[in-house]
Write a protein that binds this ligand. Structure first.
Ligand SMILES: Nc1ncnc2c1ncn2[C@@H]1O[C@H](COP(=O)(O)OP(=O)(O)OP(=O)(O)O)[C@@H](O)[C@H]1O
Ligand SMILES: [Mg+2]
Length: 425
């Protein structure tokens, strides 16, 4: 067996718990794009999707090899994993990968399919951060094993980024903003997004996406220790391409009193299976809300530009910073700016007072938001050309760590992708 194909013929990982089917750990809902030079390689990569571990993966194949990938990612967002075939001479490969790195997001992983069985090249690529180098001809099984080693091995870092939205005052719009930002991420970054509606008695995710499933987050939280990824999958409803929901029951037949850690497992499981997890957090201050805020990756406070919102946003921001001194700071969206005749605090002044980074200001627009809410649609669906969609997109870029403004283009991306970071350090 060649050293350059270390994963060849490796058996699927046996795992007793979690997202496991028939002894094989399922890969999370990642997006993979393969750029091949030869049609046989494209067929080989396509054959990989028939492996049962790949059932949730969205894989597309394209022509053009490394150059094709570089050209494509100058104007398109990068997926979770790029597979690229190259038949360049050994000495040209690192420089070509450098050019690819310049147009890739930092979190994107890379597997290279090459035609040269050269141990020095292999070592250099792995040292530079390439996740795997497989020598062609190889098998679909080797490709799946390499992907599984990256994303589904025991101890693999959770792939999901958790982003919570909470309003400074009830009705400020955190649910509406979170759903539309989730939509923007799913459509623009083409990453899978899961929305957790944590407002069990009154949540609106189901309404806003026109979904009325029988189950949802309530069943997951009541199952507590028994909940696993298979159960979450069953409880999810697919709102659109790349977007899933765990909806709230929105019924008042019982009260919802949760313990501090009751949502912990659901959040952790979601994070293992979906690249972006949006938490729609209700406007309450309970032990579980505080604990959830302490543990997620990013927090967005949504506020209207008035005094009560200002006071609450400042209290929220201070408490969140104290809860998580070493984590990222909360960010601010000022919503419903310009309600006719209402005296307002300017969004910039508001942000300065609450000491949060202002990542978006959204105009009050009763007609558009009202139509979207009544139709159970997103803003982008009822008003595709409205510039509010650009704001949702920008917030989505910011909370997923892709803060490059659209106008700056990919060349403005200062972050080095993981597959070259080590080399440049
Ligand atoms: N920019 C806006 N212009 C006009 N209406 C808006 C705007 N943003 C939100 N709304 C409307 O405000 C109402 C309340 O929004 P939403 O349910 O998102 O609030 P919330 O902050 O989630 O409330 P809570 O914190 O109590 O859950 C909805 O009817 C929504 O359509
Ligand atoms: Mg809400």
């Amino acid at each position: 067996m060649s050293f350059l194909a270390p994963n060849k013929d490796k058996k699927p990982v046996e795992e007793p718990a979690g997202d496991v089917v028939g002894g094989a750990r399922l890969l999370p809902r990642i997006t993979i794009q393969a750029f091949c030079e030869h049609s046989q390689t494209a067929e080989l990569v396509e054959a990989a999707v028939h492996d049962r571990r790949m059932s949730k993966v969205a894989l597309t194949t394209h022509n053009g090899g490394l150059d094709g990938a570089i050209e494509s990612y100058k104007s398109n967002p990068t997926p979770n994993l790029i597979i690229v075939e190259t038949s360049l001479p050994v000495e040209d490969i690192p420089a070509a990968l450098d050019r690819l790195a310049e147009v890739c997001d930092a979190s994107t992983r890379l597997i290279v399919l090459g035609h040269i069985n050269d141990v020095l090249l292999y070592r250099e690529l792995i040292r530079s951060g390439v996740s795997e180098y497989l020598v062609l001809p190889t098998t679909a099984l080797s490709i799946v094993n390499a992907i599984a080693d990256l994303f589904a091995a025991e101890g693999a870092a959770p792939i999901g980024r958790t982003v919570g939205f909470i309003s400074a005052k009830g009705g400020a719009g955190s649910s509406t903003v979170s759903h539309n930002v989730a939509w923007a991420i799913s459509q623009n970054l083409r990453q899978d997004v899961l929305i957790l509606d944590l407002d069990l008695p009154f949540g609106t995710a189901g309404l806003n996406f026109n979904q009325d499933p029988p189950h949802g987050i309530a069943d997951a939280v009541t199952a507590s220790a028994k909940v696993d990824s298979t159960m979450l999958d069953r409880l999810m409803s697919k709102a659109a391409n790349h977007i899933n929901l765990l909806t709230a029951p929105a019924m008042l037949d019982k009260t919802f009193d949760f313990g501090e850690r009751d949502f912990e497992q659901i959040v952790e499981l979601s994070q293992k299976t979906t690249p972006v997890v949006i938490l729609d957090i209700p406007h309450t201050w309970t032990s579980w809300v505080r604990h959830t805020l302490a543990t997620i990756d990013e927090i967005v406070i949504v506020a209207e530009p008035d005094l009560a919102n200002l006071r609450n946003a400042k209290n929220l921001s201070d408490s969140i910073k104290a809860l998580r001194p070493n984590e990222s700071q909360p960010m601010l969206v000022v919503n419903k700016v310009g309600v006719p005749k209402r005296p307002e605090i300017s969004p910039q002044e508001f942000a300065t007072s609450v000491e949060c980074q202002l990542i978006g200001q959204i105009a009050f627009d009763a007609a558009t938001f009202g139509t979207a809410a009544n139709n159970g649609q997103m803003l982008a669906e009822v008003a595709a050309n409205n510039r509010i969609n650009d704001i949702f997109r920008a917030i989505g870029m910011q909370v997923t760590g892709r803060s490059v403004p659209e106008a700056a283009g990919k060349s403005g991306n200062l972050k080095l992708p993981s597959f070259l970071k080590l080399k440049k350090a």
